[in-house]
Structures are given as C-alpha cells and as structure tokens.
Design a protein around this ligand. Structure first.
Ligand code: SRM
Ligand code: SF4
Length: 567
C-alpha cells in the first residue's frame, strides 16, 4: 500500500486553477476593490501581489467604525540580467505615474516593482508593460523567477556576451507555457477570458499541473565579480574562464535566505558547490535540477519547500546522484575556482568600444522625487535626451550604457542638477548596501526597512567616519522581517527586523556573500543600531590583520569578543 502524500492548500489551488486562471478574470471584472483568496494566490504567477496599505490598517470612518483594509496591488516586471531599453524604462516611469504610486522600484533581483496600484488599473498597467515587450509573467509564484546575471555592459567581451546570452536563454527555457496570462490580461476586451467550458490546457512540460513546490531562483556570475550574490540562489552558475573564454560553469545548488526564527526546521543557506559542466550542459542540467526539486520538494509544508531543504535532508551526494539520474550522465566535480570579489559597477567606466557606462546609486532602488533629490525627473531627462540602454544591478541600482564621451559632462550636469550624487561622493558602505521594501506595502513586514534606511545608513556612515573606517568596503543589507529579501544573512553586516522598531544584527558574512553570518545582537532598537556596532568597529580598527576585511575579522574573533551574543 502506498503512503498517502499530504499536500498543502496551495497545491490544490494550483492543480484546480485551469493552468493559473482560477477566478482572476471574473474578479477583475467585479467592482470589489480586492481579489478573492483563490485569485490572490494565483495572481503571484502573473507577477502580482494583493497588498494593503499597512499604515491605514487602523484608520476609522467618520462614525468611528474601522475602515477595513485599503487594498493596493504590487506588480513586478521580470527582467533577465536587468537589461531594459530606454523606451522600456520610460514606459515604466509613465506607468508608475499613471497607474501606481508615482514611484518605480529596482528590486534586489534586477527587476522593477510598482506599488499602490488600484485593482481597477491593474489590467491597464500590465498591458502597458507588455506593450513595451516586457512581462510580469513568472516574476513571482512557484516557478523559475527572474534569472540574474552581471549587468556590466562591457563590449567586445565574449565572456560577458556569452554569459548574458545564456542567462536570457535560461530564463526563456523555464517560462510557464500556460496561456492564462495572455487570456486574462492581453486578449481583446470581451475575449479576455477563456471560459471554463472552452478551456483547453496547453502542454506545460516542465511544470505539469502543480508547478514547483515553491519559488525557484537562478543566477549567473563571474568569480571576480559576484555582483548578483550567486550563493543566495537555488541554482547558481559560476563562469570558469580560461584564456578569455568560458570553459564551463561551476554549478552551485541550494541557496536561499528565508527563515522563520521560531521554526527550528527553517534556516538560511548558502548554495553548495556541486559540479562543473560545459556551457552546452547548462540548460539541460538546470532542467534536471528543477525536475528533482519539482518531484522531491516538500508539497505539504511551504515553510520547508525550497530546494535547500531537499539538499539538507538528503546530503549533497544523494542530491547530485539524483540530478545525474535525471540528466542521464555523471557530472564532473566542481572546478577549484570560486568567487573572489564584487564590483558595484557604479561611477564612470569605459565599456570597451570607445563609449562609457555610468553606474548610479539609487538608495533602496526607489526611483522617485523627494525634496531636492529629484531622481525620477533627472533620470527621465537624461534617458529622454540620450535614449541609452539601461541595466539594473542586483544591488538596487542602475547603469546607463553606451554614453559618448562627448556627452559625459552634460549627463553629469543634469544628474547633479537633480540631486543625484556621483558614486565617488558616496562612501563604500552606501554603494554596497541595500534594504528591502517592508512597510507600508509588504504584508509580511514586521517593522520598517526602506523607510528607515536613510537614518540607519547615516548612522553607520557617521560611526565609520568616527572610527577612521569610512573608506572600508563594508556591506550592509537590511530587511523588515526574516524572509531575507535583501539577502541579509551573508554580507558583513545584516540587519533584520525582529519586532516593531527592533532588529537583530548579524556579523561575520562577507562582500562575496559566500557564507552565513552569525547573530551578534538581538532586539536592538532602531536608534541604537549604529551605537551597538561601534565596539565591533573599534576592535576591528585596533586589531585587524593586514588587509583583513570587516566580515573576515568578525568571523575570526567571534561574537563574544566583540561584546555580542554567545554563538
Ligand atoms: Fe522577497 C516575499 C519583496 C527578493 C525572499 N518578497 C516577498 C513579498 C512578495 C511579500 C509577500 O510574499 O507578501 C515582498 C513584496 C513586498 C513589496 O511590497 O514589494 C517581497 N523580494 C522582494 C523584493 C522586491 C525586495 C526588494 O527590496 O527589492 C525583491 C524582488 C526580487 C525580484 O525582482 O524578483 C525580493 N525575496 C527576495 C530575495 C533576494 C533574492 O532572491 O536574491 C529573497 C531571498 C532569497 C530567497 O529566495 O531565499 C526573498 N521574499 C522572500 C521570502 C522567503 C522565501 C523563503 O524561502 O522562505 C518571502 C516570503 C515567502 O515566499 O513566503 C518573500
Ligand atoms: Fe517584506 Fe520581509 Fe521581504 Fe522585507 S524581507 S520585503 S519585510 S517579506
């Protein structure tokens, strides 16, 4: 007798959804300000989250009765390798003004997000994105998400060309095939919905009827430039270069940040080095790995459904053997090369064809105008005038490509006039840091992240200056809850929301994101974050070994020696 496999509600929802349709089209037509629960779950596959303004949760009607939730939608554009044209960028700016809250946000995976979209405007927004030849399909949901790759636009560089192309092909290979997205959002009015009776399933060769147990993430990086944090992904491909050619890729498996501190069965993990493969093996090996996770990932408990838990339960050896079975051939041991550095790609650079590129730091990736920092207007002016290609970085910043050296001064002037600071005026910690969205839109946030980032960053900068460490390359990633959207468990300093206005500080990670940091202090009030890090900075300044980074130092001396928690 076979044992009955228990499945979570989400599994039944996917299976009964007519390939991701469910009641979405019906709910879209209704005058209600929100979607039903079933639609809410399925919308994620379409790149949409139903959120509510959390600042307004306690709002009251004039008669004193609770107002109830103010629903707003979030939509995420999937952008492999973070590459967009000038027209696509400008369209996104127009759309955020017309249908969202007037801001556009670069995500930690090189995508864009819109916040504050009224339900009634969602369809127009999604059509606008698709008209610009981008999509939100598969930006969220239990499928392969946005594929990351180093965005630096170096030209006449076969290594980067080849890696970027492979990343885009990988993204294409693992897109869901369901036509629901087209039917719901893009078909002509009146033909928008494939009625239940008309529904004919298309072949979904990889995902079947229940898709993956959980989200799945892939990234491509170079050893000397791990700007995409390859170790935080379910699946990473690290290019191995010899004589200016990619000879193959190291395959890294099972990274993931999400954790629930109260559930000991959950943990953040960096990926493990599993194999070395040639470039032509990348897509078939990725497919085998996704299938192993598809068939063996936990479908009962979503808390432990990511691939890192399959690997933790089985061990790497069994996992690799199973991948080899699916792939049909043995896989070589990993090449000894590993990640060594990160380039933030900010500032002016020659791109190799006589043109320049300019990396611009955008705090928290939020493109908006606030006071004399008119980032949105400044970027719009430059891009409207010069129509350059744009690339989003995995640190929530952006790169303007293909700049004629003769235009450099004009572009620098326009940016300066709009309060956009040049990278050389920023301390390394600001260039290398990021913070997740959190309040007021994120339904899972426990406390603020993006909204308090200016205060936290200013505090850290002042503290580093005070200790004579302002020019150190130190990374800080901050989140409003333990889910880890800004990858806070691997940098030199991680700050993770624990309670309202209180944070856990992690130390001992590194710039390359190749190890998990330890818990240094817990329940630290927002206003004390910089102060609580001060003893660690002081000791680092006094006792560091020659050339030692802050993260390496913290790892070597340990938490207790720095005045922190017992590990
Ligand atoms: Fe994330 C959920 C925002 C990158 C781990 N993430 C969410 C949601 C959708 C909240 C929700 O489920 O209701 C957040 C939307 C808030 C809002 O209002 O915008 C959200 N995640 C983001 C973004 C926008 C953060 C940012 O500041 O840029 C990033 C979008 C990336 C993209 O373009 O695709 C984002 N999320 C990440 C990353 C970083 C990465 O992938 O490199 C992680 C850690 C890596 C990983 O996946 O383990 C991450 N997000 C999570 C998790 C925990 C997953 C887990 O395995 O436990 C959740 C919660 C969940 O899935 O249950 C989550
Ligand atoms: Fe929301 Fe938590 Fe992700 Fe921040 S880390 S965006 S608070 S889910």
């Amino acid at each position: 007798m076979t044992e009955e496999v228990k499945r979570s509600k989400a599994e039944f929802l996917k299976e009964g959804s007519r390939q991701l349709r469910g009641p979405i089209a019906e709910d879209l037509r209704s005058a209600e300000p929100s979607f039903s629960g079933d639609s809410e779950g399925l919308l994620k596959f379409h790149g949409v989250y139903q959120e509510d303004d959390r600042d307004l949760r306690k709002a009251k009607n004039p008669d004193g009765t609770p107002k109830g939730k103010t629903f707003i939608m979030m939509a995420r554009t999937r952008i492999p390798g973070g590459r967009v044209t000038a027209e696509q960028f400008l369209t996104h700016l127009d759309l955020c003004e017309k249908y969202a809250n007037g801001t556009l946000r670069i995500t930690t995976r090189q995508g864009y997000q819109f916040h504050g979209i009224p339900k009634g405007d969602l369809k127009s927004l999604i059509r606008g994105i698709n008209d610009s030849l981008l999509t939100t399909l598969g930006a969220c949901g239990d499928v392969n998400r946005n594929v990351m790759a180093c965005p630096a636009p170096y030209k006449n560089n076969p290594v980067r060309d080849e890696m970027g192309k492979l990343a885009r092909e990988t993204a294409e290979a693992f897109k869901p095939r369901s036509t629901a997205y087209f039917d719901i959002w893009l078909r002509d009015e009146n033909g928008e919905e494939t009625l239940a009776s008309e529904f004919k399933p298309v072949e979904e060769p990889l995902y079947g009827t229940v898709y993956l147990p959980r989200k799945f993430k892939i990234a491509f990086a170079l050893p000397e430039d791990n700007c995409v944090d390859i170790y935080a992904n379910d699946l990473g491909f690290l290019a191995i270069v010899e004589n200016d050619r990619i000879i193959g890729y190291n395959v890294l498996v099972g990274g993931g940040m999400g954790t629930t501190p109260s559930a000991a069965k959950t943990f953040p993990a960096v990926a493990k080095r599993m194999a070395f493969i040639t470039p032509d093996q990348v897509i078939p090996v990725a497919e085998a790995i996704i299938k192993v996770q598809r068939d063996n990932g936990n479908r009962e408990d979503r808390k432990v459904a990511r691939m890192k838990y399959v690997i933790a339960n089985w061990g790497l050896e069994k996992f690799k053997a199973t991948v080899e079975e699916y792939y049909g051939k043995p896989l070589a041991e990993p090449h000894p090369a590993d990640v060594t550095n990160v380039d933030d790609h900010l500032g002016w650079h020659e791109q190799g064809d006589g043109k320049l590129f300019l990396g611009i730091n955008i705090d928290c990736g939020r493109i908006q105008d606030v006071g004399d920092k008119r980032i949105k207007t400044g970027l719009r002016k430059v891009v409207e005038k010069y129509r350059m290609e744009i690339r989003n970085t995995a640190q929530q910043s952006m790169i303007l490509c293909d700049i004629d050296p003769a235009d450099k001064a004009d572009i620098a002037r326009i940016l300066a006039e709009h309060g956009i600071l040049p990278a050389e005026d920023l301390l390394p910690i600001r260039r290398l840091s990021m913070a997740c969205v959190a309040f007021p839109t994120c339904g899972l946030s426990i406390t603020d992240s993006e909204r308090v980032y200016p205060q936290v960053m200013a505090g850290l900068e002042a503290e580093l200056e005070r200790h004579g460490l302002a020019n150190e390359r130190i990374t800080m990633h901050m989140t409003g809850c333990p889910n880890g959207c800004a990858r806070p468990y691997t940098p030199d300093i991680g700050i993770v929301g624990k309670a309202v206005g209180k944070y856990t500080i992690f130390l001992g990670g590194n710039l390359t994101g190749s190890r998990i940091a330890y818990k240094y202090k817990d329940m630290v009030p927002l206003e004390d974050l910089a102060k609580e890090l001060s003893p660690a900075f002081e000791k680092f300044k006094a006792e560091r070994a020659n050339g030692e980074s802050f993260g390496d130092f913290c790892l070597r001396v340990g938490s207790v020696a720095l005045g922190g928690l017992v590990e």
